[in-house]
Write a protein that binds this ligand. Sequence first.
Ligand SMILES: [Cu+2]
Length: 179
Amino acid sequence: MAVDEISAVQNERRWALAMGGVAAVMLAAIVWAGLGLHMNPPSNIETVDPNTLHVAGEFAENNLGTHVDSAGKITTRIVTTQFAFVPECVVVPQDMQVTFRLASPDVIHGLIVVGTNVNTMVVPGFVSQVHTVFDKPGDLLMPCHEFCGLGHGQMVAHVRVVPIADFRPDGDGRVTCDN
Ligand SMILES: [Cu+2]
């Protein structure tokens, strides 16, 4: 091989190594975010009819918000719609597993609970589900992060994280921002 060819091969090898290193760092970052930080793409596939979800069933208005079932499982149900979250404020207890279940009757919305790992899109026709534990009390902002129309900028809700002692379900197991 001519000298030029040899240095070209060495160059190729060096770049291949560098690119392999970049790919390894990206893979390590994904594994670390998934296993260490619990940041995973939502994998729950469950369908719901966007035309009727508000009429009856799980996402009817009187079933929204936070509910504790007889087994103690805490579920917060929210409908994301142009241009509001229903309800606009939900209460959750600190240091306990909470399951968010969300559905949209109109267009794609998304939400993030600021400072937590709660971050999902809400696609009409599907139920979005997120499990999380809030580790400190406070009033957290939950804006829509998927441009959904002209009112998108006003679409924001609050997640009120309260110490367990202040988390008092009523007789039906419901907890709202009003009580
Ligand atoms: Cu929106």
